[in-house]
Design a protein. Structure first.
Length: 169
């Protein structure tokens, strides 16, 4: 189970998103917000950016829908495409237990497909994650500039990857 992320850790992570920049599209897949959903929602509203918060757990989806002002969408791993209305995203945040994903390679491919060229995909993973193996899996799925950001969060690592134009197409 994911622990709450400290506000200063979230603020540091969100510096990756440019401010006062033309429309930015952000996709966030989360099983538990732990502060990040609210921070992304506030940032995107303040900047006029687009934010899609996707929740795969039905009970958590219902809880957020009824107890917060967050605009949430139910998420199904089995969908052919993860995006809505053919939208592609500048930033993709993944905050789920990746070990529970049934077909992880297909999952990575679907994330790749919804990412704009040059987009950043940020995986928030438990400190116990084997980062070398994780990096190898992402590279095998055509992600580039794969880097572990190990000391950003107290309880988590961040794995950053990018989709680059002309790679894996």
């Amino acid at each position: 189970m994911m622990q709450k992320i400290k506000n200063e850790e979230i603020e540091e992570l969100l510096t990756i998103i440019p401010r006062n920049y033309p429309q930015q599209d952000i996709f966030h897949l989360s099983e538990g917000c732990h502060g990040l959903c609210e921070a992304l929602d506030a940032l995107t509203k303040a900047q006029g950016y687009h934010y899609d918060l996707m929740i795969p757990d039905e009970a958590y989806y219902t809880l957020l829908q009824t107890s917060t002002d967050l605009k949430v969408q139910a998420f199904d791993f089995k969908k052919n495409r993860y995006n809505r209305q053919a939208r592609q995203y500048d930033f993709v945040f993944v905050q789920i237990n990746l070990e529970a994903v049934e077909n992880i390679e297909l999952f990575y491919k679907k994330l790749y497909a919804i990412s704009k060229n040059g987009s950043k995909v940020l995986f928030i993973v438990d400190k116990t994650c084997d980062l070398l193996q994780f990096e190898e899996r992402l590279i095998a799925q055509n992600y580039v500039a794969v880097n572990a950001i190990e000391n950003t969060f107290e309880n988590y690592h961040i794995m950053s990857a990018q989709k680059m134009h002309g790679w894996g197409n």
